[in-house]
Design a protein around this ligand. Structure first.
Ligand code: ATP
Ligand code: MG
Length: 587
C-alpha cells in the first residue's frame, strides 16, 4: 500500500516536472489545441456532409444540389488539410522543443553532480537514458499525445452527433464503450510494467556495447570475442523476451478492442439497416451514423493503443526526470567564505574517508599532514595506499567523513566549489583527453589562452616537439579520449594543459610514469621550474622525482606512515627504505 502510494507520488512529481518543461511554450500549446479542435470539428462535420450528399444529392436526383454539396465537401477537405498541417507542425515542434530542453537540463544537472553518483550508476546507462528514453518521450509528446487528444475529441464529438442523429442506435454504441475501456485499463498496467523492464534491459545492452567497444584492443588481445558474443547475445535475448511479453499483451489488447468495436458496428448496421428498410431513418442518416460509429470506434481503439505508448513514455519520463531529481551531494555552501590569496597552505587534520561503495574500509585513515606554501611534497606508498584518493578529497570530489582539509586556514567545505578547484592544476593518473584538436585540449582549463601561451606550456611539458611533427600541428584532431597518441604523449599534453591553467597548487598523480627516461628528465626539469613558486603535491614511484621533493610523505593503508626528507626516511622508515631499495619503481 505504502509502496504504491510512494510510486504514485514519484509519478506525479514527474508529471509536474514535465509540465514545467512545457509551460514556457503556452502559446505553442494553444496553437496546437486550436488546430486539434479545429481538425476534429471539421472531421466530424464530414459526417453531416456525407448525410447531405446522400439524402439531398443522390436522393433528390438533382445534379445542381449534388454539385453544391460536393463543393461543400471539398471545402471541408481543404479546411481539414490546413488544420492538419498546423496541428502536425506545432505538435511536433512542441515535442522536439521540450525534449531538447529536457536533454539540456539533464546534462546540465549531471555535469555538476558529485562523481560518486557515476560509480553507482553506470555512466553508459545514463547515456542511454538521455538518448533512447528521450527519443521515446519525443515521439509521445510529438505525436502520441496529439493523437490521443484528437481521438478523445472525436470520440466525445462523435458520441454527441450519434445521439443527435439517433438515440436508440447511439445508446447501443455507448453501452459498448465500457467493453473497450475495461480491458484497456487491465492490460495497460501490465504493458507499462513490462515497458519499464524493457527500457532497462535496452539500457544495459547499450552500456555493454559502449564498454566493449571502448576496450576493443583488450577484448581482441585476449581473444575474448566469443565470450562477449555469448554474453551480449544473452542480454539481447533477455531484452527480446521482455519486449515479446510486452508485445503479446499489447497485441492481445488491440485484438480484443478491434473485435469488440467492429462487432458493435456490425450490430449497429443490422439494427440501423432494419430502421432504414422500415423507413424510420433515411439512408443518408444511416451512412452518417455508421461514419460516426466508425469514428467513435476507431477513436476508442486508437486511444487504447496510444495509452500503452503513453504509459511506456511515462516510464521513460520518470527515469529521465529521476536523474534531474538526484540531489547533488557536493555543492558550494549557501554562504561561502571568501578565499584569501592562495599561496598553497594546506592542512589536513585527522582525516578519515571511506568510499560509499566500500564503507567498511577506510581509504584514508586518520591522516594529519600540513603542507606549507611553496613546498614540493612527494607522496609515496604501495598501491592502494590512498594517494589518489587524497587528491580526490583535495578537489572535493567526495566529502570526508571525519576530520577536515583546510586551504589557507579555511575548511574547503566552506568555500565556493569553483573558487576551490580554480586553485588546483591537476594531472590525473590516467590522462584524460577529449575529442577535438590538440589546441582545444590544451586550453581546456583556460579557454582564453593565446596561441603563444599554449606553445609555451607545450614547450615546458616537452610536448611542443612532437606536436609540431604531427600533420596539422596544434590543429591535429584527436579521436575520442585522445586516440592516436602514445601514452607518454598523452601525459605530456595533460601536463601542458595543467601548466596552462596557472593555478597556485599543482597536483601530479604519476604524471610522468609513462615517459621514457629521457623525456621524463626534460619534463622533470620543466616541472622543477614550475614547482619553484608553487605548492606541489606529487605522487610518484620513481626515486629521481621523489628525491628532489622538499619532503616525502610515506602512505600505507590510508594513513601517514612517515614524513621527512629522503635521507631522513631512509633511516626512520623501513617501508620507505624498502621502496627506495626497489627504486620506488614497482609497487
Ligand atoms: N571509487 C572507489 N570506490 C571504492 N573504493 C575505491 C575507489 N577508488 C579507490 N578505492 C580504494 O581505495 C583505496 C585507495 O585507492 P587509491 O586509488 O587512493 O590508491 P593509490 O594509493 O592511488 O594507489 P596506486 O598507487 O595504485 O594509484 C584502495 O584500496 C582502492 O581499492
Ligand atoms: Mg593512484
Amino acid at each position: 500500500m505504502t509502496n504504491s502510494a510512494e510510486k504514485n507520488k514519484i509519478h506525479w512529481q514527474a508529471v509536474r516536472q514535465a509540465a514545467q518543461f512545457i509551460s514556457p511554450y503556452r502559446l505553442q500549446v494553444l496553437y496546437s489545441l486550436i488546430a486539434l479542435l479545429f481538425t476534429a470539428a471539421v472531421m466530424l462535420s464530414l459526417g453531416q456532409g456525407i448525410r447531405l450528399l446522400i439524402d439531398q444529392g443522390f436522393a433528390t436526383q438533382s445534379k445542381e444540389l449534388l454539385g453544391q454539396y460536393v463543393t461543400i465537401f471539398l471545402l471541408l477537405v481543404v479546411a481539414l488539410a490546413t488544420g492538419t498541417f498546423t496541428r502536425y507542425y506545432w505538435v511536433t515542434w512542441l515535442g522536439e522543443r521540450v525534449i531538447a530542453d529536457i536533454r539540456s537540463a539533464v546534462f546540465n544537472h549531471l555535469i555538476y553532480l558529485h562523481p560518486g553518483f557515476f560509480e553507482a550508476n553506470r555512466s553508459l546507462e545514463i547515456q542511454s537514458r538521455l538518448t533512447a528514453d528521450l527519443t521515446l518521450l519525443q515521439t509521445v509528446i510529438g505525436s502520441s499525445v496529439s493523437f490521443a487528444l484528437r481521438n478523445l475529441i472525436m470520440m466525445v464529438g462523435g458520441i454527441v452527433w450519434l445521439f443527435l442523429t439517433n438515440v436508440k442506435l447511439a445508446s447501443l454504441v455507448v453501452v459498448c464503450v465500457p467493453l473497450v475501456v475495461v480491458p484497456i485499463l487491465i492490460y495497460g498496467k501490465r504493458v507499462r510494467q513490462l515497458s519499464r523492464q524493457s527500457q532497462d534491459k535496452i539500457a544495459v545492452v547499450g552500456a555493454y556495447v559502449g564498454e566493449i567497444l571502448g576496450q576493443i584492443k583488450t577484448v581482441q588481445a585476449y581473444n575474448h570475442q566469443l565470450i562477449d558474443q555469448q554474453r551480449f547475445q544473452a542480454q539481447v535475448e533477455e531484452a527480446f523476451e521482455v519486449a515479446k511479453k510486452r508485445t503479446q499483451q499489447r497485441a492481445f489488447l488491440i485484438t480484443l478492442v478491434i473485435t469488440l468495436v467492429m462487432s458493435a458496428i456490425g450490430l449497429m448496421l443490422w439494427v440501423g439497416g432494419i430502421d432504414v428498410i422500415e423507413g424510420q431513418i433515411s439512408s443518408g442518416e444511416l451512412a452518417a451514423f455508421v461514419f460516426y460509429s466508425i469514428i467513435v470506434g476507431s477513436a476508442v481503439a486508437s486511444i487504447s493503443e496510444v495509452i500503452g505508448e503513453l504509459q511506456r513514455a511515462a516510464g521513460a519520463a520518470e527515469r529521465t526526470l529521476e536523474l534531474l531529481q538526484t540531489a547533488n551531494l557536493i555543492q558550494s555552501p549557501d554562504n561561502p567564505l571568501p578565499l584569501p590569496q592562495v599561496l598553497g597552505n594546506i592542512s589536513i587534520e585527522q582525516l578519515s574517508f571511506a568510499y560509499s561503495s566500500r564503507p567498511e574500509v577506510l581509504a584514508i585513515d586518520q591522516l594529519t599532514l600540513t603542507i606549507k606554501a611553496g613546498e614540493t611534497l612527494a607522496l609515496v606508498g604501495p598501491s592502494g595506499a590512498g594517494k589518489s584518493t587524497l587528491f580526490d578529497l583535495l578537489l572535493r570530489f567526495f566529502d570526508v567523513q571525519f576530520g577536515s582539509i583546510k586551504l589557507e586556514g579555511i575548511d574547503i567545505r566552506q568555500l565556493n566549489l569553483f573558487d576551490l578547484r580554480r586553485c588546483f592544476a591537476f594531472v590525473s593518473q590516467n590522462p584524460a583527453l577529449f575529442f577535438g584538436t590538440i589546441k582545444d585540449n590544451l586550453r581546456y582549463g583556460r579557454p582564453d589562452a593565446t596561441d603563444e601561451e599554449i606553445q609555451n606550456a607545450a614547450q615546458a611539458a616537452y610536448a611542443h616537439h612532437f606536436i609540431t611533427q604531427l600533420p596539422q600541428g596544434y590543429d591535429t584532431h584527436l579521436g575520442d579520449a585522445g586516440l592516436g597518441l602514445s601514452g607518454g604523449q598523452k601525459q605530456r599534453l595533460a601536463i601542458a594543459r595543467a601548466l596552462l591553467t596557472d593555478a597556485p597548487i599543482l597536483l601530479l598523480d604519476e604524471a610522468t610514469s609513462a615517459l621514457d627516461a629521457q623525456s621524463e628528465y626534460w619534463v622533470q626539469q620543466a616541472l622543477q621550474q614550475l614547482m619553484r613558486n608553487r605548492t606541489t603535491l606529487i605522487i610518484a614511484h620513481r626515486l629521481a622525482t621523489v628525491q628532489s621533493a622538499d619532503r616525502i610523505a610515506v602512505m600505507n593503508h590510508g594513513h601517514l606512515e612517515a614524513l621527512g626528507t629522503h635521507s631522513e626516511l631512509l633511516q626512520s622508515s623501513p617501508l620507505y627504505a624498502q621502496l627506495a631499495m626497489l627504486q620506488l619503481q614497482s609497487n
